[in-house]
Design a protein around this ligand. Sequence first.
Ligand code: MN
Ligand code: MN
Length: 500
Amino acid sequence: MAVLNRLDWYDIARDTNWTPTYVAESELFPEELSSAFGLPAEVFEEYDEPYKTTYPEYVKVQREKDAGAYSVKAALERSKMFENASPGWLSVLKLHFGAIARGEYSASSAEARMVRFGRAPGMRNMATFGMMDEIRHSQLQLFFPHQYVSKDRQFDWAFKAYDTNEWAMIAARHFFDDVMVTRGAVGVALTLTFAFESGFTNMQFLGLAADAAEAGDWTFSSLISSIQTDESRHAQIGAPLVQILVKNGKKAEAQKLVDISIWRAWKLFSILTGPVMDYYTPLEHRKQSFKEFMQEWIVVQFERSLLELGLDKPWFWDDFLHEIDEQHHGMHLGVWFWRPTVWWNPAAGVAPAEREWLEEKYPGWNATWGQCWDVITDNALDNKMEQTLPVTLPVVCNMCQLPINFTPGPAWKTRDFSLTYEARDYHFCSEGCRWCFEQEPTRYQDHLSLVDRFLAGQIQPPDLGGALKYMNLAPGEMGEDALKFAWLDEVRAERLKKAS
Ligand code: MN
Ligand code: MN
């Protein structure tokens, strides 16, 4: 039998659809799972995926990618990266694997929903590859850290984190559940592929790959670059849908889902990626500041693609541009201060040279965040370590689940964005988080933040010790200062120099 050329069959195959005769269309594609805004099947026939690949091509390329990532790992196994890496860099790895690896499985189920309930055949094809991509990502990101588990228990959190009530994990899960697990096929294409993957995963995977290469961690660099090549392919599932929705009178609906996901992704990245890039990565290996990465990868990317596809910039764009200058500094300070409550060792990143860099990248840093770090540094120099540690929990936001914090100093404008809904009081960190809640209160209303759980008596004994137990943080897993305060030596030297 003659084999047809790809061009001779591809367009027919990728368009194959059928009209159900034994069941109604609405039974084959229930609105709850397809979430197609009630639009009829015909409008989705225009769906034209920008990236076309066949199954044999996909398998061949993926096999090569996997072989590449695993062979770099094998070749560098004896390179003593673990022994030679800066403690701050190891923290980058621990935070990344714990927050991301199991989230990839969630992404796989989200892709699977598009495989079955996507309304266009091309969308279902792309999502099939996307689903397999995400399984590969979970496997890679569990296998790679596994070799370190016997050396350092915190690496066990690559697998463990997702099943715990550790506070940063509650935040990550709340977001991932919202945009991956609990949306129908069209919804997930907007919240996950269009809003999250086309901007934010680029940032995490390409941005961190650049820092990893600078830090000499070629294993991690090749691993996450390999993953990103998949992401940039399946991230394209959403854009053709946006065009169809805009054309068929569903612009407002599409805009809303995209806006929710961008805002929520931003909040998570302010704690996941911001501290890593601006504080943990050793100064000499930093490629760009977090803000510069955000501007290049997120701001420019979204401004262009949103407008091109007929959507508007999100209503919160000015707040967002303002926050990328500030928010992650507060998140970093909080994570470092509450370090026993995380599964990695935060690097303070505030030795004299690092502070100089921060001031250069974020003018005004010394007069604001620097003041808080002065107090911490003085206490540490006086050996009052207990004053560098928390005794209570911070107030966290009922949407992003992250500590509510603002820039300290003269311009201090801290405030709580509150809302009473069905007799319960909610507290939000921002207009954006409160707005997300208001779009669909029933979706979020029953969730208890860590602090709500504390107040409800679910955490016993009701103190930091009880909270650590509740978060499953065993001794040897709780975070401590990454450098065990060795950075104080540089501070002392600097102060001596100034005094003399
Ligand atoms: Mn992935
Ligand atoms: Mn993905």
